[in-house]
Unconditional design. Structure first.
Length: 148
């Protein structure tokens, strides 16, 4: 955890003004003989995106598998399976075994999460499982929108 404060700018003019003022006040109190690095973090997936995944995408696949293949899978089983199919992993050694640790969907950026959902939708469509798009129009986050 950083010992320095974190600030989040939004499109709201009042927020921007107050955050910039707080940043200026903080920066003014820093030692003059030190180097500081300002970084811009990508915003992680939204709660709305996650809710769509768990209440729209996964249940559609669960229902399709039950209705068309007689298989009864949980949302959790579908989640873990799709992470293995579509998310990167790292390998760690544990008791002389290699363990694959898949990236958490919680840590995906909004753009990465959108791409993940699109991969799932295309994959499911190959088997005849059509998953409807979310009701909000800007659910697909494009590369340019998330680039800083």
């Amino acid at each position: 955890m950083s010992e320095h404060p974190q600030y989040q700018l939004t499109d709201d003019a009042v927020n921007r003004k107050s955050v910039i003022a707080a940043m200026n006040a903080y920066l003014g109190g820093l030692p003059k003989d030190k180097t500081f690095v300002l970084s811009v973090a990508s915003e992680t997936r939204s709660l709305k995106q996650n809710a769509y995944l768990w209440s729209g995408v996964y249940p559609a696949i669960v229902n399709f598998m039950r209705d068309h293949h007689g298989r009864d899978y949980s949302n959790d089983a579908i989640h873990e399976t799709l992470k293995e199919l579509f998310l990167p992993f790292k390998v760690e050694q544990m008791a002389k075994r290699e363990i694959k640790i898949y990236r958490s969907t919680k840590k995906l950026t909004k753009r990465e999460f959108s791409e993940y959902v699109e991969h799932i939708m295309r994959w499911a469509a190959e088997f005849g499982c059509v998953i409807g798009e979310p009701s909000w129009p800007d659910w697909k986050v494009k590369q340019a929108e998330s680039a800083v």
